[in-house]
Ligand binder design. Structure first.
Ligand SMILES: [Mg+2]
Length: 367
């Protein structure tokens, strides 16, 4: 089952409502569709979302690194030789979403060849995940209205609130308004995308002590090494490392160094193979994990839920699987549906990614 072609197709789909947070904002899904073809006629599919403000990748850089470096290195290898593929990809530093998409496309091929869903191959723990919805920057009353809408329409009762603006007059007030409006039954946690200082974070956590937050994520930069450790030591809830600890080695370093006490896993940046390494490191060290969202489209979300539902530890907390709701359209022939606050893994062999060819023709940027 030799790899005969690896394609990187740039596409752009506008958001109905831009997502705003401390480290950036997103108006258009400028993603890359990645397809790996074998000599037996199987095609593995995944999606790479560039996040220049987090990992330095752009849509153009993802296409270039796949076309010019990765594809020539992996052509001729068997799609089953994932470790050999990774050994070649790892000759190049960085480019996490390009590598992750190639990895997930190979798993898609593996599932199709075996006649099994990828989620089953990965672990097969359950067939669905509870969904957590991300509430981006807006005036507090708009954030409340969005959360109420998402709760009423999709049954979602877990919300990740973006913080990292002016801590006491904006963020704490927004969290207070959300808790007051939504009541005690919803789960709330916060993500600062490194927008606060350690001291602002400590004071904000004290001011929100009565809000029953579940987690706090990347409130201040991990590069503020001692300040971050000082903050994490006094955090009343698990402190999630997201963009500061992506690979298993970084995760181990940050956890052992006291800069985090929980980890966000994103298949968009570590695929399935490296996400399992991160997950197993976390299980070995005994810390909680959350399935995060790299502002994925529906293809990326399908990959996240396949991984999250596959393992007991990742299925325990709600996964961030709803960012695609803000996109005006998508490439999947059969759109994802969140019902009763949960998203199901797609049945059938592989990942179940069926691309609508008309939509791909409409949104691709290379023709
Ligand atoms: Mg985050």
């Amino acid at each position: 089952m030799k790899i005969v072609k690896a394609e990187a197709i740039p596409f752009a789909i506008p958001y109905a409502k831009p997502l705003r947070f401390a480290s950036g904002e997103v108006h258009t899904a400028d993603h890359v569709l990645v397809r790996v073809h074998t000599d037996e006629g199987l095609t593995g599919t995944a999606e790479a979302p560039p996040r220049p403000y987090t990992y330095g990748e752009t849509q153009e850089s993802i296409v270039a690194v796949i076309d010019k470096i990765f594809a020539p290195q992996i052509l001729g290898l068997s799609a089953l030789e994932r470790e050999a593929v990774h050994a070649r990809l790892e000759r190049t530093v960085g480019n996490p979403t390009a590598k992750a998409a190639l990895d997930m496309a190979l798993w898609d091929i593996l599932g199709q060849a075996a006649g099994m869903p990828v989620s089953g191959l990965l672990g097969g723990y359950t067939d669905r995940m509870r969904v957590s919805h991300m509430v981006g920057f807006a005036p507090a009353e708009e954030m409340v209205a969005e959360a109420e809408h998402v709760r009423d329409v999709y049954g979602i009762t877990t919300f990740k609130v973006k913080v990292g603006r002016r801590p006491y007059t904006q963020d704490v007030q927004a969290c207070l308004a959300l808790r007051t409006a939504l009541g005690p039954e919803v789960e709330l946690y916060i993500d600062g995308n490194r927008g606060w200082t350690a001291s602002e974070s400590a004071r904000a956590l004290r001011e929100m002590a009565g809000l029953g937050l579940t987690f706090a994520e990347e409130l201040c930069p991990a590069d503020d090494v001692l300040g971050r450790r000082w903050l994490v030591a006094q955090s009343p809830v698990p402190f999630i490392a997201d963009e500061s600890a992506t690979r298993a080695a970084e995760v181990t370093r940050e956890l052992l160094g006291g800069s985090a006490t929980a980890i966000s896993i994103k298949t968009a940046r570590t695929g399935f193979t490296a996400s399992q390494r991160v997950l197993h490191a976390c299980e070995g060290l005994g810390v909680e994990v959350v399935m995060g969202n790299q502002i994925d489209g529906q293809i990326g979300t399908l990959c996240s839920v396949a991984f999250g539902a596959a393992h007991r530890t990742t299925a325990r907390n709600a996964g961030e699987l709803s960012n695609f709701l803000d996109m005006t359209d998508d490439l999947l022939a059969e759109p994802l549906a969140i019902e009763n606050g949960t998203l199901r893994v797609r049945e059938g062999a592989g990942l179940g990614i069926d691309i609508d060819t008309d939509k791909l023709a409409r949104y691709r940027q290379d023709r």
